[in-house]
Design a protein around this ligand. Structure first.
Ligand SMILES: N[C@@H](CCC(=O)N[C@@H](CS)C(=O)NCC(=O)O)C(=O)O
Length: 220
């Protein structure tokens, strides 16, 4: 039975921001309960407690946390070894890259939505350009930096997973130009906390969404 102290994560199966929190919960081996909602039909109780009407939410005791980066920092600060640097400048830089990772979710989503070839090619080019500074920054040991898993890894892993699924199903790999990002992705996707951070039929659900949107990518 779930303990009263156990955090409850309010989730949507395809949400990359929720996935970040799940990865951190699994990495830190924190017991939690997950509750899925349908974002097309947001329940009233959810709207009552979610200031932005978005997932993830983390219910902790009688409090509600929102924003995935904030949830992850709370989980990090309250459980186990720190996953962000203790040095203020290093930590600020890590937070900046976490913010950058959020923009990749949107860029990949746009790529899957573009209908006309011309629009698609422009978005693909922009995404490739956007990844260049990341390639320069990322380490070559399979982690964002150093040899251990940080909150930055946790934040990027949902993008890396989705890019691999797109590559496997369409032959279009948004990170193929970048060796270090590709190595980082291989390592991230081999980790249990990343593999178990989504529902079992995630790949089908994710690709179904792409095919339903009927964009240029879906026809390749
Ligand atoms: N900045 C937020 C973004 C969360 C977000 O955009 N969640 C999406 C699902 S992936 C959502 O709940 N959308 C519902 C809506 O906008 O109505 C975070 O990091 O938690």
């Amino acid at each position: 039975m779930a303990s009263l102290e156990q955090p409850i994560l309010i989730s949507f199966k395809l949400c990359p921001f929720v996935q970040r929190a799940v990865i951190t919960l699994l990495h830190k081996k924190i017991d939690y309960t997950i509750e899925y909602i349908d974002l097309q039909k947001k329940p009233d109780w959810f709207l009552d407690i979610s200031p932005l009407g978005k997932v993830p939410l983390l219910r902790v005791k009688d409090r509600v946390l929102f924003e995935s980066a904030v949830i992850n920092e709370y989980l990090d600060e309250t459980h186990g070894a720190p996953m962000l640097s203790q040095d203020p400048l290093d930590k600020a830089e890590q937070r900046a890259w976490i913010e950058f990772s959020s923009s990749l979710f949107n860029a990949l989503h746009q790529l899957t939505q573009a209908r006309r070839e011309e629009t698609y090619l422009k978005i693909e080019e922009d995404l490739t350009k956007k990844l260049a500074p990341l390639e320069r920054k990322v380490g070559d040991k399979g982690y964002f930096e150093g040899e251990s898993f940080s909150l930055v890894d946790s934040a990027f892993a949902p993008f890396l997973m989705r890019s691999q699924i797109v590559a496997d199903n369409t032959g279009i790999d948004p990170v193929s130009d970048y060796k270090k990002i590709s190595k980082w992705r291989d390592n991230m996707l081999s980790l249990p906390e990343v593999q178990k951070s989504v529902v079992e039929d995630f790949e089908e659900l994710y690709m179904e969404g792409i095919y339903e949107r009927g964009g240029y990518l879906a026809d390749l």
